[in-house]
Structures are given as C-alpha cells and as structure tokens.
Design a protein around this ligand. Structure first.
Ligand SMILES: Nc1ncnc2c1ncn2[C@@H]1O[C@H](COP(=O)(O)OP(=O)(O)OP(=O)(O)O)[C@@H](O)[C@H]1O
Ligand SMILES: [Mg+2]
Length: 252
C-alpha cells in the first residue's frame, strides 16, 4: 500500500503558566492511501492536538509528519496551508457555515475564492456532492432552516470541494443524535469507498466500528491500534463490542 500520512515520534508541548506541558509524546503511525482510521480516547488525551499536528494545522514540537512524502515539519507555513486547501479536507463538530449565505453558496465559497473563473464547474461539482449527500433540495435554503445533520452533511460537501486525498474529522458527529450521526457516517463511508483516506476522531464506539482501524489514545500516547478490517455494511454489534473491549482493556 501507499502511505499518505506518516507520523514519526511526534511530540507536542505547550507553554503554560507553570512551564511547558507535554500533550503528545512518541506518537508514530501511518495512514495508507484510501484507509479509514478512527482515533478514540478520553477527553484531554490529545486527539484534537494530534489531528492538528498531522494535518499541518499546527506544528509538532518533536518528531516529524510526512504527507505524501512531503515533510510537513520542514516546509513553510505557506506550503502547509496550500496542501491543506488543495489536498486535505476538514470537518469539525460545528460546521460553521455563514448565516448570510444559502447552503449552496456556503459550499462553493472557498472553491470560488480559489478560482473565480470556473464558477460553472464549481457549482456543478457542489450540486453533485449535495445530490450524493441527499441535500440537493436544500441548495437555496438559508442555513438556519437546516437540521444539525443536514448542516453537517453540507459541511462535508464543502470539505470535499477540493477532492481531497484525505479527510480529517474532529468529532463531526459529536453534536448529532444517533440517526443524524449515522447519516453523516454513511457519507464518510461513501467518500472513503471512492478512494479518499479518512482520519476521524470520535467518542462513539459505533462510529469507530465502521472504520478499518481504531487508534486508542491515553495520556498523549497511543495505547493500542486495532485492525477491524473494512466494514462492508450489515450488523455492527460485533465490531462495536470489539472496540468497547479494546477501550476497556486499556482502562479508558
Ligand atoms: N493551545 C493549547 N495550549 C495549551 N494547552 C493545550 C492547547 N491545546 C490543547 N491543550 C491541552 O492539551 C491536552 C489535550 O487536548 P486535546 O484538545 O488534544 O484533547 P482531546 O483528546 O481532543 O479532548 P476532547 O475529547 O475533550 O476533545 C489538554 O490537556 C489540553 O488542555
Ligand atoms: Mg478534541
């Protein structure tokens, strides 16, 4: 397989009132092209910090991160931000769409800012993504009139506009009820089936159980890394139970 993301002995410290606090230590893992990996762990264990470090949103204090062979720890801010804009997608717990734009314009906004000339192609890509997400009929609606699940699916469409090689999610289903969470998750699975790698932080074992691999974090390190194999649909109970057992086994 081809490695898309590689973290090698990554460490991260923040300066605080009482000196430096080390939030990540000795983290090494890879994500292969098209792989679907979840990260679980207790609150404060460093999941978001890790996601920011490996996506180049933040810099590491120790070790290195490679994205498609490029050392993110060495390339400058500008190259890192280019990579994020053109080859990575991001989805957070709150989709943070603009209230004064309709759903379609929100999804197109960043892509249009990049390339004003291709407005027609951008619009048809946005509509195609919305169609697949089941929200095409909402294109002209103001975002205040959407449910949390519909908003998040719009957020995923926006993240997919640049056809990213990897999609990063920091608890994208964390604020949703279980059926809306499952709809967003099914969207992630379709995106992944079409070849995009996914690195997804979640607190929900049933969500993590639908990925191929689950990295378990504790106290800023990797406590376990379990391979579930690709989820082909169907009953999830056994996979979810495996994730639950693995988290219990390391005391989280
Ligand atoms: N910018 C920062 N400055 C100082 N400390 C930080 C900063 N960002 C995170 N931390 C600390 O790093 C630790 C890990 O935080 P992080 O947000 O990565 O945890 P998390 O696993 O994502 O938690 P949650 O599940 O609650 O989102 C916490 O103790 C947090 O207070
Ligand atoms: Mg977090």
């Amino acid at each position: 397989m081809n490695t898309i993301l590689k973290a090698e002995n990554v460490g991260k410290s923040f300066a605080g009132e009482n000196g430096e606090s080390r939030v990540l230590q000795n983290i090494s893992f890879t994500v292969e092209k098209g792989e679907f990996v979840s990260i679980m762990g207790p609150s404060g264990s460093g999941k978001s910090t890790l996601l920011y470090c490996v996506s180049g949103m933040d810099t590491v204090s120790e070790g290195r991160v490679e994205f498609c062979g490029q050392d993110l720890s060495r390339c400058g801010d500008e190259i890192r931000s280019d990579l994020r804009r053109t080859r990575m997608g991001f989805v957070f717990q709150q989709p943070s769409l603009l209230k004064n734009l309709n759903v379609l314009d929100n999804i197109m906004l960043i892509a249009l800012r990049e390339n004003k000339k291709d407005a027609a192609a951008i619009q048809s890509r946005a509509m195609a993504l919305m169609e697949k997400a089941g929200i095409a009929a909402l294109a002209d609606r103001g975002i205040d009139s959407l449910s949390g699940g519909q908003l998040q699916r719009a957020g995923v469409c926006r993240a997919l506009m640049c056809a990213p090689e990897i999609l990063f999610g920091d608890e994208p289903t964390g604020a949703l009820n279980s059926s809306a969470a499952q709809e967003v998750m099914e969207m992630f699975r379709r995106v992944n089936a079409a070849g995009t790698a996914i690195l997804l932080v979640t607190h929900d074992a049933k969500i993590a159980a639908q990925s191929e691999r689950v990295i378990l974090m504790r106290d800023g390190g990797i406590a376990d890394d379990i391979s579930l194999g690709r989820y082909q649909g169907g009953a999830l109970e056994e996979r979810t139970a495996r994730v639950d057992r693995a988290t219990r086994a390391i005391g989280i």
